[in-house]
Each structure stands twice: as structure tokens, then as C-alpha cells.
Design a binder for this molecule. Structure first.
Ligand code: NDP
Length: 294
């Protein structure tokens, strides 16, 4: 018997993934992930969806009915999604927030790839095991990063936050659940880094576009040459903090790496595929260059 003609072998049903958030319009994740799908010739699509808090449960039922294999959820759904899920991965359960959902065999499993994304980006520079960190901020990003650093064997975390109670809460979460020691401090004046700090991480929203000259209130003289200074802000990647740190001889790490690697980790959760981070990073660099030029 003749082989089937090519037209009958064609597969017009891609694996569907996407993002549920609001506001969704300026979230560049779709461009970054679709660049990876195209580069690796994965028969898959990623759809950016505007979903309000009131519509979240319907949207989740909808994507399940449509056969999606998974999705990201972003602001403001990272905690609200949890009661709609069948279970949580270890990090998501400790962090108490989900940004990636895997749909398999009618089950929805919540994962958190934000902290993993930061960790994978940091590992290009150093192994966090045994290191002492100062984390500025105690919101969702700081919480995810704190948990992953602790699970990766960081020796000590100092969380510094305007709202001190939030910093203390994250420090307690870390100290109660991992071997890492942690303390939460308030932040009402310029913060001087302890002399034994190995790595500073800005995990606040200070410096995000369009407020690009904004700078976390730290004593710049306490940044030592050779110290690693990381920022979670992806746009602009070279924040005022990273510029100042670089001028003082620090090694800097921008927030694009975290964004790219949380996407890499999401695709791995959904499809078991390890995609090329550099394709995703160059797509984001193009987008942020264009958006600032226009
Ligand atoms: P949250 O709203 O949960 O937390 C914001 C944090 O920033 C809080 O700790 C808040 O302090 C602090 N903060 C905000 N403004 C100020 C200020 N003027 N002075 C001092 N502290 C301030 O946000 P997220 O944690 O979810 O996100 C934080 C940043 O991380 C965002 O800019 C986001 O874009 C970025 N991000 C980047 C990712 C990446 O992949 N690169 C992934 C996820 C987030 P307080 O508690 O006192 O209000």
C-alpha cells in the first residue's frame, strides 16, 4: 500500500499554552516563549490572555476544556489560583504562590518558576551554597527568590523591606523550613550592607520603567568591588543600581536572566523540552530596545 500523502500527515493541532493576567497587554512573555517554540520547531502556541480576578475560575475551566497543556499566571492571580488547583510543587507550596500551571490527566499542578529563574541566572556567576545574601524587598519576587536560595544552600539571608513585618514573615518562612538562617529588617534609612555580604539582590519594583532613575536606598560605599549585585527589574535591564554597582567594581546580574529562565523552566514543566535561553534573551533585548526607542 502507498504511504499516506503528506497532506494527511499534517498536524494542525498545536499544543496550547499561554498566560492569564491583568493587565496583560505589556507582558512580553508571549514573544519570548514563541521565539523559543519557533527556534526549536515545537508545534505549540502561547497565547497572552487578559483575565480579571472575577473571571479567573471560568478562564481556568475554559483553557482546560480547550485542551491547553499549561499556562503561566501573573499579577494578580499568583495566590488566587491556588484553590483552583489539584496540587502544588514543593517550591510553590513553600512560597505560597504559583506562576506556572501544568495540566496533565485532568489535574492542574501549580509550580513557581520565578525563584528558579533567578537561581539559574545567578548560577552563571556563582553557586549560592554557603553564601550570605542581602535581599531588598519582601513581595512575591523576594519571597520566591528567598525560598530558592535557601533550598540551594545559601548560608544566611537578610531581608530588608519598607514594611518590616513582611520582611520578618519571609525570614521566618525560610528559617522554619530550611537550614538557612534569616532575619527581617525594616528600611527607613539608607541601608549599609554588612561587611560579610557576598551578594545583594534588589527584589523590589524600584527602577522599573518608566521610573528608570529610581534607586534602592543603599549606602553605595558598602558595595565592595567583586561583590555580586543582582536586580530583578527586566526593563530596563541596566538599572540605576546596576550602573552604580558596576562603577564600584561589582559584578552585576540583570533581571532579564530571571525572566528568561523562568520561561525556560515553564516550558520544561509543560513539555519536558530544554529550550535555548539565548534565543529568548535576544528576543527580549530587541523588544526592550524597541519599546524605549519609540
Ligand atoms: P510586590 O508588589 O509583591 O512587591 C513589591 C516590593 O517592592 C515590596 O517589597 C515593596 O515594599 C517594595 N517596594 C515597592 N516600591 C518601593 C519603594 N518606593 N521603596 C521601598 N520599597 C518598595 O511585587 P513583586 O515582588 O511581584 O515584583 C517586584 C518586582 O520584581 C517587579 O518590578 C517585577 O517586575 C519584578 N519581577 C521580575 C521578574 C523577572 O523575571 N525578572 C519576575 C517577577 C517579578 P513594601 O512591602 O514595603 O510595600
Amino acid at each position: 500500500m502507498d504511504a499516506l500523502p503528506d497532506s494527511l500527515k499534517l498536524d494542525f493541532l498545536p499544543r496550547l499554552t499561554g498566560s492569564l493576567s491583568t493587565p496583560a497587554r505589556q507582558n512580553p512573555t508571549v514573544a519570548m516563549i514563541e521565539a523559543a517554540y519557533q527556534h526549536h520547531k515545537l508545534h505549540a502556541r502561547y497565547i497572552n490572555c487578559e483575565v480579571s480576578a472575577a473571571e479567573l475560575a471560568d478562564a481556568v475551566r475554559g483553557v482546560q476544556a480547550l485542551g491547553w497543556i499549561g499556562f503561566n499566571c501573573s499579577i494578580p492571580h499568583k495566590q488566587a489560583i491556588i484553590p483552583l488547583l489539584s496540587g502544588l510543587g514543593r517550591s510553590a507550596s513553600l512560597i505560597g504562590a504559583v506562576n506556572c500551571v501544568v495540566i496533565r490527566d485532568d489535574k492542574l499542578i501549580g509550580e513557581n518558576t520565578d525563584g528558579i529563574g533567578f537561581l539559574k541566572s545567578l548560577r552563571h556567576l556563582t553557586d549560592p551554597a554557603g553564601k550570605r545574601f542581602v535581599l531588598l524587598g519582601a513581595g512575591g519576587a523576594a519571597r520566591a527568590i528567598a525560598v530558592e536560595l535557601a533550598l540551594a544552600g545559601a548560608s544566611h539571608l537578610t531581608l530588608v523591606n519598607r514594611n518590616r513585618a513582611r520582611a520578618e514573615e519571609v525570614a521566618k518562612l525560610v528559617a522554619d523550613n530550611t537550614k538557612t538562617t534569616a532575619e527581617g529588617l525594616g528600611w527607613d534609612k539608607a541601608f549599609a550592607l554588612p561587611a560579610d555580604t557576598d551578594i545583594l539582590v534588589n527584589a523590589t519594583s524600584i527602577g522599573f520603567y518608566p521610573d528608570t532613575s529610581a534607586m534602592p536606598n543603599v549606602v553605595l560605599e558598602s558595595l565592595r568591588p567583586g561583590m555580586i549585585v543582582a536586580d530583578v527589574i527586566p526593563n530596563p535591564p541596566h538599572t540605576a543600581l546596576l550602573q552604580a554597582a558596576s562603577e564600584r567594581g561589582c559584578v552585576t546580574l540583570d533581571g532579564l536572566g530571571m525572566l528568561v529562565y523562568q520561561g525556560v523552566a515553564s516550558i520544561e514543566h509543560w513539555m519536558g523540552e530544554a529550550v535555548d535561553a539565548s534565543v529568548m534573551r535576544s528576543k527580549l533585548e530587541d523588544i526592550f530596545r524597541i519599546s524605549r526607542a519609540s
